[in-house]
Design a binder for this molecule. Structure first.
Ligand code: GLN
Length: 305
């Protein structure tokens, strides 16, 4: 496995030149496009790490999986999915059009920004700080990494420039899709997106999901088997936004990307995978990350289909 990961890094080194580092959140624009990392966590707890696996980046939309799990734990899946749907959109992650044109009573799914902002509004806690702390603590527990934190600079940058997300949120508030304080829900959302991780951390999240909700290294149950099943299914259909169909055909693994350049993947009953390459395609997914997953999937026959 170690040799395979190293050759995957080697084979994809040139791909970092394709695509662009996200810059609509100005601080992300400072990311180094040459970084390329991969990590695998097996279900016996063994880990394999190659390339720039140690480089930290912000979770961005990978955090939508964390908040979805926590919201289901807090409110129950029936309640959560009465407020957010389970259908893929075929549109970009920050698209606003369906909310008005289709007169939706809830956003399509929890992996697009509109859905994730509603999910953030469901996280329990007496104050915004407490809600954010619960998300960070949950991420620390799943990754067995107590040093995980919000990157305050990225948060500031996103909060200063996050007008599309503000527009989505206020539009949903005007239609009673989103209730409570818009600014508070956005603060939770922006901060969860700014949680900083490395590729090993995200491969551990994938491993817990692959292991039906149990941490492979301690045997501790984090979420119910049912929640793990729901989350992985939504990752398959919606995790790569309007690239989910192509990703399912070529790679066939439940996965979630983020504009920080990371992709978290969970191969049911086999392994968790974390890949990182900051250069993105036009859908906001890591180009090298997708290619590395494709190579790994082919080599180890990982497609679930
Ligand atoms: N924080 C980012 C945003 O809201 C997350 C998007 C993403 O990773 N696709 O725009």
């Amino acid at each position: 496995m170690q040799g395979l990961l190293e050759s995957i890094i080697e084979n994809n080194k040139d791909l970092v030149k394709e695509g662009k580092v996200a810059s609509y959140i100005p601080l992300l624009g400072q990311g180094n496009p040459d970084h390329l990392g991969i990590a695998v966590t097996n279900l016996d707890g063994r880990e394999y790490l190659a390339g720039d696996w140690e480089v930290k980046y912000t979770m961005q939309s990978i955090s939508k999986v964390i908040s979805l799990m926590l919201a289901i734990m807090d409110k129950g899946s029936r309640n959560v999915f009465s407020k957010v749907g389970m259908e893929p959109t075929g549109d970009g992650f920050n698209s606003i059009v369906n909310l008005e044109v289709k007169k939706l009573s809830k956003p399509y799914n929890p992996m697009i920004n509109a859905g994730a902002i509603v999910i953030s509004s469901l996280i329990e806690g007496a104050t915004v700080e407490e809600r954010i702390k619960r998300i960070v603590t949950f991420a620390q527990k799943i990754t067995d990494n107590k040093s995980i934190r919000v990157n305050e600079e990225v948060y500031q940058s996103e909060q200063e420039t996050g007008d599309r997300n503000r527009a989505l949120a206020y539009f949903m508030k005007s239609n009673n899709i989103l209730t409570g304080s818009v600014e508070e829900s956005l603060e939770v959302y922006f901060k969860q997106c700014s949680i900083e991780v490395n590729s090993r951390d995200i491969s551990r999240i994938g491993a817990m999901l692959a292991n039906d909700g149990i941490l492979p290294w301690t045997g501790e149950r984090i979420i119910s088997r049912e929640t793990a099943r729901i989350v992985k299914t939504i990752m398959v259909t919606c995790g790569m936004y309007d690239e989910s169909g192509e990703f399912a055909v070529h790679i066939g693994i439940p996965a979630k990307s983020g504009v920080g350049g990371g992709i978290m993947a969970a191969v049911p009953r086999r392994m968790g995978i974390g890949v990182f390459g900051p250069s993105l395609d036009e859908k906001g997914n890591s180009i090298a990350g997708i290619k590395m997953l494709q190579e790994l999937s082919k080599e180890l026959d990982l497609s679930i289909f």
